[in-house]
Design a protein around this ligand. Sequence first.
Ligand code: GDP
Ligand code: MG
Length: 297
Amino acid sequence: MRRCGFVALIGAPNAGKSTLLNRLTGAKVSIVSPKAQTTRARVLGIAVRDESQIIFVDTPGIFTPKRRLDQAMVEAAWNGAGEADMLFLLLDAKSGLSDEFRKIASRLAADSVKMSLLLNKIDLIDRQDLLPLTQEAAQLAPFEQVFMISAQKGDGIDALLDYCAGILPEGPFLYPEDDLTDLPDRQLAAEIVREQIFLQTRDEVPYGATVETESFKEQKNGATRIDAVIYVAREGHKAILIGAKGARIKEIGSRARRELERLLEGKVDLFLRVVERPGWDEEAARIRAAGLELPRK
Ligand SMILES: Nc1nc2c(ncn2[C@@H]2O[C@H](COP(=O)(O)OP(=O)(O)O)[C@@H](O)[C@H]2O)c(=O)[nH]1
Ligand SMILES: [Mg+2]
């Protein structure tokens, strides 16, 4: 009998949700950076294990939102949790139990959905510190299971897949068997550029930028031509993104292009332009273009 269902990855920013999603699907589905709030919208990663199709839902981290964009991100995270058959609550074992984590755990504990605790980044802490942390965290909610994993190194991942495969509801696969994500290539292209902005700029710059694919076309020579626009919220950010003699934007473009060539398995011509657009992070159209719903008032 086949099984299929949704497992949401929930946690504070930077817990390693997107790294885990990529690890579980064995593909680069969701972008990752050392900075908080890299993930903006819900991303699906699909894995098949035995007779089960497991649809993992990567979500933005849960934090206290200020901008309209941030409100939409946090709402997307709670919605992801609300629609899942099962939750994986991630804790960054290195940072330990924060007030933020306690709040998320207690709010989720109030819902009746099955939830397991995932202690991530166990590669960064001593074994002897792991047990007391696990014991304390496990008291915060009625967890079904506790897993200790390293999303980055791959420890404990098989056990997670086996667990999901065994208990998801019986039913037909919801996606074609080979699909790894529901993210369209246009959106993927914008995300890969945004990842480079997160990796290559600092302070407020990555948070003040958004990327949209304007056109995505197969060309006669077999290459894919992608034109993307980067909107920046503040004056001055445009100059930083472009860099001295255009060096920064060139590096962002060339790294993103190489990554896209790998993911799309073919030659890519990538054209970027940077546009100042103060207030884009309050604009309905920009928030929707990022794959988000407008926050409820
Ligand atoms: N050492 C270590 N780093 C990790 C692990 N998982 C994630 N990271 C790093 O933690 C940072 C945040 O990861 P990300 O997946 O973007 O977190 P998210 O905000 O929860 O999606 C990145 O720099 C990752 O490389 C892990 O298991 N071990
Ligand atoms: Mg993420």
